[in-house]
Design a protein around this ligand. Structure first.
Ligand SMILES: [Zn+2]
Length: 488
C-alpha cells in the first residue's frame, strides 16, 4: 500500500517551465489553476504552500543563448524575469519560487537524492545507442516516432551512442500501477498511462556526458557526467521544501521536510508520463512518500489552432489583462476551459464572457444591490464570522482532492448563484415592494446583501481582485463599476 500524508495541510505545485523562451498565454492556464486551488485551500483554513519555479538547465538553453549572442546566465535571467512578471500580472499567490540553477537550495538536494538512488542499487552505467531529438533533449523509441520523426518537432532524431547512468525504472512497475490507479486525476488520463505502462517500462537515461551537456548539475563522484533533466527538474518539488542532513556517525543521508509529500502536482498532459511514471518510481527508490495526487490538465488552442511561434499566434498574458483586467482572463481559464481537458481561447469569446457573465451578471448584481441599499437606507452590516465561516463550503470542497479539483464545476456553482440572485431581485422588485411593504422590502434586501457577502468571499480563489472590490463596496456602500462594458 502507498503511504498517505497528513491531510490537514495543502502543498500544491506547478510544473516548472523551461527557460529557453518567454512563457505565453497557453502556459498560464496552469499557474492560474494551481493558484485557485491554493487560494481555496487557504479559505478552507488549511496551512497552504504554493510552489512554482523554473527549469534552467540543458543544452537547448545554451544553444538558444548562443544563437541570440547572449551569455547563458543573462539569457536565462531575462526569461525568469519575464515569467515572474507574468505571475504577478496573473495575480498568482505563490509562496515559493525555486530555480534549478540555485546551487544553495536545489543542487544539494538533487545530489543527495542521486546518492540515495545509487545506494539503493537503482543507478547503473551502460553504453547506450538510441534516437535522440535535440529539440526535446530526449531519446525516442522507434514506436513513439511519427513517420520516423519526433512528434513534437517533426524532425528526424539522430542516432546517438554514449555512456550514461541509467535508472531502474522497470523495477517499480507494480507500485507505479498502484499509483496510477489511485492518485491520478482525471481517471481517463490515468488509464492512458496504464496502457503505456502495460507495454512494459524501459530503464531511463539519467545522465549525459559532460561534453554534450555542460549546463547542469554534476553527477556525484563522476566528473565525466552531468545529471539529466529527470533527476534535476523533477526534484524541484522536493528541493524547495527539503534540507539535507548527513548523519555524522553513519554518513547516512537524510532528507528532512515539513511539507513533503505534495498534496497535488498540477501538470500539463504533455508531461503526464514523467510525473506519473518516472517521478513516483524515483521517490520510491529514494524511500520517500509519493505525492497524494497528480492533476493533469489539457492544452489551450487559439481560435482552434495550436499555439506556436511559427503560426504567429503567441499571446502574452499582459496583452489581455491590459484591456480586460486580470480577473476576466482568470475567469476565462477557470470557467471557459474545462479543468482537465483541452480548451480554446478567442478574443471574441472573451468579449462575450466579459460583457455577459461579468458585466451584465456579476457587475450588475453588485451595482443594483449597493445602489438600492443606499437609496432605501437599509441597515445592514457585514455578517459575523471569519471568511472561512462565510464561504460556501461546497464550492471550496470541489476544489480539493475530495472534489477531484474540478475548479470549473466549482466556479460554475458561483455563476449559477449570480444568476439566481439577479433573478430573485427581478422577481422581488424591491422598488415596487418599498411602496407597499417597506419593512419586508428591507428584510429581503438584507438577505440579498448577506448572500452577496458570501458570494464575494467565495469568489476569492477565482477572481481575487473582484472579490476584494465587492467586499470593499459592501463595507463602504460606495458603488463602483466592476466591469465597464466594452464595445462588441
Ligand atoms: Zn523533439
Amino acid at each position: 500500500m502507498l503511504k498517505s500524508a497528513k491531510p490537514d495541510r495543502f502543498f500544491v505545485t506547478t510544473a516548472i517551465p523551461y527557460m529557453n523562451s518567454h512563457v505565453h498565454l497557453g502556459n498560464c492556464l496552469e499557474y492560474v489553476l494551481a493558484d485557485a486551488l491554493a487560494r481555496a485551500a487557504r479559505l478552507r483554513g488549511e496551512p497552504t504552500y504554493l510552489l512554482t519555479g523554473t527549469d534552467e538547465h540543458g543544452q537547448k538553453i545554451v544553444t538558444t543563448a548562443k544563437d541570440k549572442g547572449v551569455e547563458v546566465r543573462e539569457f536565462v535571467q531575462g526569461n525568469v524575469d519575464f515569467f515572474q512578471a507574468a505571475l504577478k500580472e496573473l495575480n498568482v499567490s505563490y509562496d515559493d519560487f525555486i530555480r534549478t540553477s540555485d546551487q544553495k537550495r536545489h543542487w544539494p538536494v538533487v545530489q543527495a537524492f542521486w546518492r540515495r538512488l545509487k545506494e539503493k542499487g537503482d543507478l547503473y552505467e551502460k553504453d547506450y545507442e538510441g534516437l535522440y531529438c535535440i529539440g526535446c533533449e530526449a531519446f525516442y523509441r522507434e514506436a513513439d516516432l511519427v513517420d520516423g520523426q519526433c512528434p513534437t518537432h517533426l524532425t528526424k532524431p539522430e542516432l546517438t551512442k554514449e555512456r550514461n547512468w541509467f535508472f531502474k525504472l522497470s523495477r517499480y512497475s507494480t507500485e507505479i500501477l498502484d499509483f496510477l490507479k489511485t492518485r491520478v486525476e482525471p481517471r481517463w488520463r490515468a488509464n492512458e498511462m496504464i496502457k503505456f505502462l502495460e507495454q512494459g517500462l524501459e530503464d531511463i537515461s539519467f545522465s549525459r556526458p559532460k561534453a554534450k551537456l555542460n549546463w547542469g548539475i554534476p553527477v556525484p563522484d563522476d566528473d565525466s557526467q552531468v545529471i539529466y533533466v529527470w533527476c534535476d527538474a523533477l526534484v524541484n518539488y522536493l528541493s524547495a521544501v527539503t534540507r539535507v542532513e548527513v548523519n555524522k556517525k553513519t554518513k547516512a543521508i537524510d532528507l528532512k521536510s515539513d511539507w513533503w509529500p505534495a498534496s497535488v502536482h498540477v501538470v500539463g498532459k504533455d508531461i503526464a508520463k514523467f510525473h506519473t511514471l518516472y517521478w513516483p518510481a524515483m521517490l520510491l527508490s529514494a524511500g520517500l512518500a509519493l505525492p497524494e495526487k497528480v492533476l493533469i490538465h489539457g492544452f489551450i488552442t487559439i481560435n482552434g489552432q495550436k499555439i506556436s511561434k511559427s503560426l504567429g499566434n503567441v499571446i502574452e498574458p499582459k496583452q489581455i489583462t491590459e484591456t480586460y483586467g486580470v480577473d476576466a482572463l482568470r475567469f476565462y481559464f477557470l470557467h471557459e476551459v474545462p479543468t482537465v481537458d483541452d480548451g480554446d481561447f478567442s478574443l471574441n469569446h472573451l468579449k462575450e464572457v466579459y460583457n455577459g457573465v461579468l458585466a451584465d451578471g456579476l457587475g450588475n448584481l453588485v451595482q443594483r444591490l449597493i445602489v438600492m441599499s443606499n437609496k432605501y437606507e437599509v441597515k445592514w452590516s457585514w455578517p459575523t464570522g471569519t471568511n472561512t465561516d462565510l464561504a460556501y463550503r461546497a464550492v471550496l470542497t470541489i476544489c480539493s482532492a475530495g472534489g477531484h479539483f474540478e475548479v470549473q464545476k466549482a466556479l460554475d456553482k458561483l455563476v449559477k448563484q449570480i444568476e439566481e440572485l439577479n433573478r430573485n431581485i427581478q422577481q422581488l422588485a424591491p422598488w415596487e415592494l418599498f411602496k407597499t411593504e417597506p419593512d419586508r422590502a428591507r428584510d429581503e434586501l438584507i438577505k440579498l446583501l448577506d448572500e452577496l457577502a458570501r458570494l464575494a468571499v467565495t469568489l476569492e480563489p477565482f477572481l481575487p481582485n473582484t472579490s476584494a472590490k465587492i467586499i470593499t463596496q459592501l463595507k463602504t456602500r460606495q458603488p463602483e463599476v466592476l466591469f465597464p462594458k466594452l464595445d462588441q
